[in-house]
Design a protein around this ligand. Structure first.
Ligand SMILES: Nc1ncnc2c1ncn2[C@@H]1O[C@H](COP(=O)(O)OP(=O)(O)OP(=O)(O)O)[C@@H](O)[C@H]1O
Ligand SMILES: [Mg+2]
Length: 237
C-alpha cells in the first residue's frame, strides 16, 4: 500500500478527568477506506473529534501527510484537507439546501455545487427546501455534500447510515463508492451497520475501551461471524 496519509501515535483524549481514547495508534494509507467499528461508548466519536482537534484535551501525535497537526486548530486542520461529517449531521435547519451548500464552498466557485447535485440528485430536486424539511437520509446527503465541497483529502464519516432505511443506506453507499472511485478521496467511516461498513471499506479497525483491538482487511472479517459476534455482538445488528 502507498504511504500513510494519516497517522495516530499514542493518541489519548477525553473529557475532564475521563480518558475515553487511550493510547490509540493507527495509520490510514492514501486512497484507503477504513471502517472503525465497536460497541456503543467505546470512543469512536471521540477518536474522530481528536483527529479534527475538537476534544477538550488530547495527547499524542497526529500526522497528516507527514506533518504534525496536533497543535493546529480545527479550521486549520480543515484547510489542510481534513473533512468531517459528525454523527449529529451538522446542517443549518432554517437554511435551504442550496444555502447550506453555499456555506460549504469556502471560496470555491459556485458551480462546484453542480458537482454536489450530480452526486446527490435528490438534493438538486430539493434545493429550495429548508434543511429541517429534509428526511434523515437527505440531511445526511446534504451534510456529506457540504463536506465534499471543501475538497478534503481525508473525509471522516461518523455513523452516516445511522437511523436510515435500507434503500436510503444503499443510495448513500453508492455515492460513497463514487466518491472513493471518482474523486479518489480517502475515507474513515465509523459505523454500527457493520456488514455494510465492511462491504464498503478496504480495511477495518475494531475499538474497545478507547483502543484498537483488531486491525486488518475488511474482506477477511466480513464472513467471520464468530469474530464479529465477539467484537461487536452481531445480535445487536
Ligand atoms: N462531551 C462529552 N462530555 C463527557 N463525556 C462524554 C462526552 N462525549 C462522550 N462522552 C463519553 O465518552 C465515552 C465515549 O463516547 P463516544 O461518543 O466517543 O463513543 P462512541 O464509540 O462514538 O459511541 P456510539 O457508538 O454510541 O456513538 C462515553 O462514555 C460518553 O459518555
Ligand atoms: Mg459515536
Amino acid at each position: 500500500m502507498s504511504a500513510s496519509l494519516l497517522e495516530l501515535h499514542d493518541v489519548s483524549a477525553g473529557y475532564g478527568r475521563t480518558t475515553v481514547v487511550n493510547k490509540l495508534s493507527f495509520s490510514v494509507a492514501e486512497k484507503d477506506r477504513l471502517a472503525i467499528i465497536g460497541r456503543n461508548g467505546v470512543g469512536k466519536t471521540t477518536a474522530m473529534r481528536a483527529i479534527m482537534g475538537l476534544c477538550s484535551w488530547c495527547t499524542g501525535r497526529i500526522l497528516f501527510e507527514g506533518q504534525d497537526i496536533s497543535p493546529l486548530a480545527p479550521h486549520e486542520r480543515a484547510m489542510h484537507g481534513l473533512g468531517y461529517v459528525p454523527q449529529t449531521r451538522d446542517i443549518f435547519p432554517s437554511l435551504t439546501v442550496e444555502e447550506n451548500l453555499v456555506s460549504g464552498l469556502k471560496g470555491r466557485p459556485r458551480r462546484a455545487i453542480d458537482d454536489a447535485y450530480a452526486m446527490f440528485p435528490r438534493l438538486a430536486e430539493r434545493r429550495r427546501l429548508p434543511g429541517m424539511q429534509l428526511s434523515g437520509g437527505e440531511q445526511q446527503m446534504l451534510s456529506v455534500a457540504r463536506a465534499l465541497l471543501g475538497r478534503p483529502r481525508l473525509l471522516l464519516l461518523d455513523e452516516p447510515l445511522e437511523g436510515l432505511a435500507p434503500l436510503v443506506r444503499h443510495d448513500l453507499l453508492r455515492a460513497f463508492h463514487q466518491m472513493s472511485q471518482d474523486i479518489g478521496i480517502t475515507v474513515i467511516m465509523v459505523e454500527q451497520q457493520v456488514k455494510e461498513a465492511l462491504a464498503y471499506s478496504k480495511t477495518v479497525m475494531v475499538m474497545e475501551r478507547g483502543a484498537a483491538v483488531h486491525s486488518g482487511w475488511s474482506r477477511d472479517l466480513l464472513p467471520d461471524d464468530q469474530a464479529l459476534e465477539r467484537f461487536v455482538g452481531l445480535a445487536d445488528h
